[in-house]
Each structure stands twice: as structure tokens, then as C-alpha cells.
Ligand binder design. Structure first.
Ligand code: HEM
Length: 121
């Protein structure tokens, strides 16, 4: 994955917004409940949260989940994306994606990530 290289100081947050097909919601939640945890070994990784929209239990059009990762700085995040730990942490997710592709099915999830500086607390 190519990310523009930029060195910044201070805490940095990368949020991945993941939209799942309805049939994949339970599997998606299961993956995160038993996540690999490979990211925990990375230098500069502070913490992560996975935010589930309350409405996903109530309505049929699911809102995206937010995978929020906090880092000491942007370089630490970029090192993770290039590391074997990134692939280890995504093995099952990427397998599910390739399997759907091989079967000619629509991807079970789509993701979009946005990067942030911490402006205020
Ligand atoms: C095609 C793109 C991506 C998809 C479909 C995706 C989806 C997923 C899924 C389903 C998992 C759980 C995997 C498991 O434990 O088996 C996961 C792990 C994770 N994802 Fe992604 N992800 C993508 C890219 C990214 C990006 C760019 C970020 C950061 C902005 C991110 C942040 C995370 C984090 C922090 C974890 C936990 C890793 C660990 O436990 O080591 N993901 N992702």
C-alpha cells in the first residue's frame, strides 16, 4: 500500500473506515474479537479501538466500522504498513477478500482510510 511519505511530530491517528456487506458483519466482528495483535509489537504503536455503529444491530443498511489506531508519529504508522506485521494482522481479512474475488463475488468489505493529526483534547 502506497502512502505519501511525510514526517510529522506528535501523536498521529489513522482511521480505517470499513463497510461490510450485511452477510459479512458477524464474520468481521469475529475477526476483530480474535485479532492477531501483531500490531502490538510495533515501535510507536500506542493503542487502537474498533468502533461499531449502534445502528448496525437495528437497520439493514450498515454504517462503516472505524478502526482507529494511535501512533507516536506518522513514521511509526508508515513503518507498520510496510512491515510483515501488517500482513500478519490482515491474513484472514485478505484471504476472505481474495476468496470472494476468485469466486467472482463482490468484495465482502470495502475500506477507506484517513490520517489525522491530534489538534486538541
Ligand atoms: C484493504 C484494506 C483493509 C481491509 C479490508 C482491512 C480489514 C481488516 C480486518 C477485517 C481486520 C481483522 C483481521 C483479523 O484479525 O483477522 C483488520 C485488522 C486491522 N486493521 Fe485493517 N484493513 C485494511 C487496511 C487497513 C489500514 C490501511 C489500516 C490503518 C489505517 C488498518 C487498521 C487495522 C488494525 C489496527 C488492525 C488490527 C491488526 C492487528 O491486530 O495486528 N487496516 N483489518
Amino acid at each position: 500500500m502506497e502512502i505519501e511519505s511525510k514526517s510529522t511530530q506528535g501523536e498521529f491517528v489513522a482511521i480505517n473506515y470499513i463497510s461490510c456487506q450485511e452477510h459479512y458483519l458477524a464474520r468481521f466482528e469475529e475477526l476483530f474479537k480474535s485479532r492477531a495483535g501483531a500490531i502490538d509489537r510495533l515501535k510507536g504503536f500506542l493503542r487502537m479501538e474498533v468502533l461499531k455503529p449502534q445502528s448496525n444491530d437495528k437497520q439493514s443498511e450498515p454504517e462503516p466500522y472505524l478502526v482507529v489506531s494511535h501512533w507516536e508519529n506518522q513514521d511509526c504508522f508508515q513503518n507498520w504498513v510496510k512491515s510483515p506485521e501488517f500482513h500478519e494482522g490482515h491474513r484472514r481479512a485478505f484471504q476472505d477478500m481474495s476468496q470472494a474475488k476468485e469466486q467472482g463475488l463482490e468484495a465482502p468489505m470495502h475500506s477507506k482510510f484517513v490520517v489525522y493529526d491530534v489538534l486538541s483534547r
